[in-house]
Design a protein around this ligand. Structure first.
Ligand code: EPU
Length: 424
């Protein structure tokens, strides 16, 4: 299992390019299932989750050709519209094949995901929405077996905002008969990027980016070329690393509009932010001020940035309160941060962080993707050496994180050790 070895204490400085967004790439790769013509994608990040999804799609008969950050997908015929438990347990986002398979093939067999490290994460709203469109879905030996001759448009209200739920239903609706209205839809920029790609394929979608999305079904979609948006969570993570180390960093290739809530919190933490087109510069003005925050669906503060801010708050001035409202178990980094000297109390979904003057390097264990990012930031601040174990979690969603951090002056390297890579 690979580890990151970090010697903390260096302020990050320099310029770095943001990669393509994992959470946009995953649904958009699945959109290739909707057309028999090629889908040509640019700016696809090299990540474990992307590789996993390409294997799943290949197994269905999709021809996937990857060159650098470009992927060409040809789903001329879908031989096997199934995603087995072995894949779904490795990566929950594989459920994103359900909507497109059902729309294109009239049949799909996708393993029902279980709970995961950060929470229960049911998929009832995906199922309810597809049923409202006329699908018959049975759970057979742990698999969702879904059938529909042709899906019908429907008016669907989702009582919880769900990102992949919105994406799955949007992909099902583009080939349905008639109009689908998704109410209380997710407004995340990744949903908008998927809608952009689907429109390029000939879909008729409006309202993406608001909580009311309207989709007028068409009978067939064509091939298209699409560039995946930049990863706002990678960008946010690098900015927090810059702020926590009292650095001065510039990110390129990112639209600041998708990061407003995060940039607001960074300014509250005492950072100066300068914007130019596709560029964000962060300069820390002095000591870190702690920032309280509450996670919520977009455009509010993202749950995927909570662990990183928690690491920064651990050494900031003052006491802060972090409230997690999206997932029930997303505080697993807390115990590891405590081992580095942080003073954090957890009561239910609220963490109270009393800033300490310094963290000490230690061996800590990554438990999920964003918790790992928080521990890496803690390592960059801490005195002495921090070893972040089980870095495969980080590799699921950050492209060459150690290379980017090293380019910004961090003392970090990957120690590769042979052995079980594990999955979550
Ligand atoms: N929920 C339900 N029923 C459903 C679906 C969701 O109750 O049918 C609940 C969940 O349990 C959760 C809340 O709704 O409490 C929101 O979950 P959502 O469905 O929005 O999460 P997701 O679509 O499974 C995506 C991202 C996550 C990100 C969340 C929230 C992808 C592939 N994943 O997950 O990303 O945290 O939205 O923004 O887009 C990550 O990248 O580290 C990551 C976990």
């Amino acid at each position: 299992m690979d580890q990151f070895v970090i010697t903390g204490g260096r302020p990050l400085q320099g310029v770095v390019q943001v990669s393509g967004a994992k959470n946009a790439a995953l649904p958009i790769l699945c959109a290739s299932l909707l057309s028999s013509e090629p889908l040509h994608l640019l700016n696809v990040p090299h990540l474990r989750d992307v590789q996993t999804l390409l294997k799943i799609l290949s197994g269905m008969g999709v021809q996937c050709d990857q060159t650098g950050n470009e992927v060409m997908l040809r789903a001329e015929r879908i031989e096997s519209p199934t995603a087995s438990y072995d894949w779904v347990k490795t990566m929950r986002a594989s459920i994103l094949v359900l909507g497109p398979l059902l729309a294109r093939c009239g049949y799909a067999k996708v393993s029902l995901p279980g709970g995961c490290a950060i929470g229960e994460r049911p998929v009832d709203l995906h199922i309810k929405g597809l049923e409202a469109m006329g699908a018959v879905i049975e759970i057979v030996h742990g698999d969702m077996v879904a059938r529909a001759d042709r899906l019908n448009g429907a008016h669907i209200f989702m009582d919880t905002v769900t990102v992949t739920g919105t994406e799955n239903l949007m992909m099902a609706a583009v080939l349905a008969e008639g109009t689908t209205i998704l109410e209380n839809a997710a407004r995340e920029p990744e949903v908008v990027d998927l809608a952009r790609c689907l429109r390029a394929m000939g879909a008729q979608i409006s309202g993406d980016g608001t909580d009311l999305i309207t989709i007028q079904g068409v009978s067939v979609l064509r091939g298209a070329k699409h560039t995946i948006m930049a990863d706002r969570i990678e960008a946010g993570t690098l900015l927090v690393a810059g702020a926590a180390t009292r650095g001065d960093i510039t990110l390129q290739g990112i639209d600041a509009g998708v990061l407003e809530s995060v940039l607001d919190k960074l300014m509250e933490a005492n950072a100066r932010i300068d914007l130019a087109p596709q560029q964000i510069r962060l300069t820390m003005l002095g000591e870190n001020h702690g920032v309280s925050l509450r996670t919520s669906p977009y455009p509010a503060f993202p749950t995927d940035m909570q662990a990183q801010f928690m690491a920064m708050n651990a050494v900031a001035r003052g006491t802060t309160v972090v409230t997690e409202t999206i997932f029930e178990n997303r505080f697993m980094h807390v115990q590891e941060l405590r081992r580095m000297g942080a003073n954090i109390e957890v009561e239910g979904n609220v963490a109270i962080i009393r800033g300490v003057s310094r963290l000490e390097g230690a061996t800590v264990m990554a438990t999920d993707l964003r918790a790992s990012a928080g521990l890496v930031i803690a390592g960059l601040i801490a005195e002495g050496e921090t070893v972040v174990d089980r870095i495969y979690h980080l590799d699921r969603g950050y492209e060459q994180m150690e290379v980017k951090l090293a380019a910004l002056g961090a003392n970090v390297f990957r120690r590769s050790r042979k052995g079980d890579h594990g999955t979550v």
